[in-house]
Ligand binder design. Structure first.
Ligand code: ADP
Length: 168
């Protein structure tokens, strides 16, 4: 039986911290589905779901035979059932992630007892990498090329310039 796990998140955009978690998960599971969670009614993300999927595919091209990249709306446990996956992967950085992640894991378990959440600890190099911070740094003119896959920093600069142009 194929051991398939779903690694879900906003991935707005994918960072090297997220990629570290995917690669750790691939050491344990046969297949990993990286799933961009989005809400077409009220998505406040910088990138569209399709753009986020595109950037993730590019960054994981070398392991494409064991990684599916997808997007979904609605409950994660429903998505896992559709994908025939019984494991949800989440990444943990500092203690500050814990409370939110703990709540989500408990709720998902309440909704479907057959699905387990497995936490993977971020590599220490990525402990302070967060999509939100990366966007903030780029919007203020900083360089994040060591924190995100190649291609993502370029797209961040383009996207934030376009967003600024729209506002002025
Ligand atoms: P959310 O689903 O809360 O919007 P993200 O898309 O930012 O979160 O991240 C998805 C998952 O990856 C979460 O479990 C988050 O804690 C984890 N994660 C985010 N950044 C890192 C990182 N630098 N290292 C390890 N895990 C991370």
């Amino acid at each position: 039986m194929t051991k398939r796990a779903v690694y879900a998140g906003s991935f707005d955009p994918i960072t090297n911290g997220h990629l570290d978690i995917v690669r750790r998960a691939l050491a344990v599971f046969d297949e990993v589905v990286v799933a961009v969670a989005h809400n077409s009614q009220k998505d406040s993300a910088l990138f569209t779901a399709a753009e986020r999927v595109d950037m993730i595919r590019d960054a994981l091209a070398d392991v494409a035979e064991r990684v599916q990249v997808d997007s979904f709306e609605g409950l994660l446990v429903h998505y896992c059932r559709r994908m025939d996956a019984r494991v949800i992967i989440r990444g943990l950085r500092a203690v500050s992630d814990f409370e939110y992640e703990f709540q989500m894991a408990m709720m998902n378990h309440h909704l479907n007892q057959e699905i387990e959440t497995v936490f993977m600890i971020a590599g220490e190099a990525y402990f302070y990498t967060a999509s939100r911070l990366v966007k903030e740094v780029v919007s203020l003119g900083g360089d994040v090329s060591a924190l995100v896959p190649r291609g993502v920093s370029h797209r961040l600069v383009q996207k934030l310039a376009a967003t600024r142009a729209k506002l002025t």
